[in-house]
Design a protein around this ligand. Structure first.
Ligand code: HEC
Length: 107
């Protein structure tokens, strides 16, 4: 329903909102960082800030990150993206928890 000008206005609004990092389970962060650097950073960026092709992950909430990554991995139908299903295929639930805790505390 949106006109293209409205889409641009919405994009500008979201881009202007300041990301507030959340407090993470600190015991998860080192493992999450290691996994993220190895499996995710080449697309989402070292700082997880994303770019014109890949979404920002830094500062997103743990429950949302866990749900989204699990849906890509399990190919359960709510989240369909071939690149993401491949990137997450080898992750165990504990790995997803660790990555989510790492990402949520990033500025
Ligand atoms: C080959 C590139 C690539 C790699 C590697 C990759 N991603 Fe992604 N990721 C994407 C793309 C493209 C999207 C947007 C997909 C869509 O439209 O659903 C995405 C979306 C996401 C989202 C949803 C973000 C949102 O706000 O909706 C999460 C969470 C995510 N990726 C986490 C990860 C994690 C964790 C890893 C490492 C295990 C990873 N990604 C590795 C390309 C990649």
């Amino acid at each position: 329903m949106l006109k293209s000008e409205e889409r641009i206005q919405i994009a500008h609004y979201y881009a202007s909102v300041k990301v507030v990092p959340s407090v993470a389970d600190g015991s998860q962060v080192p493992r999450g960082k290691e996994l993220f650097s190895k499996l995710c950073a080449r697309c989402h960026g070292e700082q997880a800030h994303g770019n014109e092709l890949y979404p920002r992950l830094a500062g997103q909430k743990v429950p949302y990150l866990k749900t989204s990554v699990t849906r890509y991995r399990d190919r359960s139908g709510e989240r369909n993206n071939q690149l993401m299903s491949i990137a997450t295929a080898t992750l165990k639930n504990e790995d997803i928890t660790a990555i989510a805790n790492y990402l949520t505390q990033l500025p």
